[in-house]
Design a protein around this ligand. Sequence first.
Ligand code: GLN
Length: 188
Amino acid sequence: MRVGVIAIQGDFDKHREALHRIDKQGLEVVEVRTPEDLSTVDRAILPGGESTTVGLLMERYGLGDALKLAGRAGMPLWGTCMGMIMLATEVEDRDQYSLGLLDITVKRNAFGAQVHSFEDEVAVKGLSEPVMGVFIRAPIVSRVGPSTEVLAEYKGKVVAVKHRKIIGTSFHPELTDDVRMHEWFLNL
Ligand code: GLN
């Protein structure tokens, strides 16, 4: 299995490190920057980062269109934080580029200026024990489309969703030692 980590900007290296901690036969991890890179992988992770910057670059260099096609064709994709913003159909109060692969509206930096970052336990559907959710200027899902499944809520806010094999999480499992979400993603 070849897993791509979208490596335009953000914490992609942390995903690469997390994947390297998983003991899975034949697992290869590659950085993806171009449509050609994407065509060599079976699934891909969109990391945390800055969605405005990454959106501009994805749109300009064709990776956005390639991801849209791959996602619609059934490629498993997982976006953490900024990655979830990129996967959404709509960004609240903003006209910014996104891939439209998850029928959700996201609200950026939704936990407010005074709580830029925090950690707390989050129960995720499909995992028997909660994960430690690391939230960094995190978005929330403010609208969930009919085809989208809610995987986790935190204090009444939707923070993880799934549609077919496309997943979005507001938080960053790649910044913890716990690779259960990565393993789960590889098994989709
Ligand atoms: N606040 C960032 C954005 O809106 C996302 C933050 C993150 O990925 N940690 O793009």
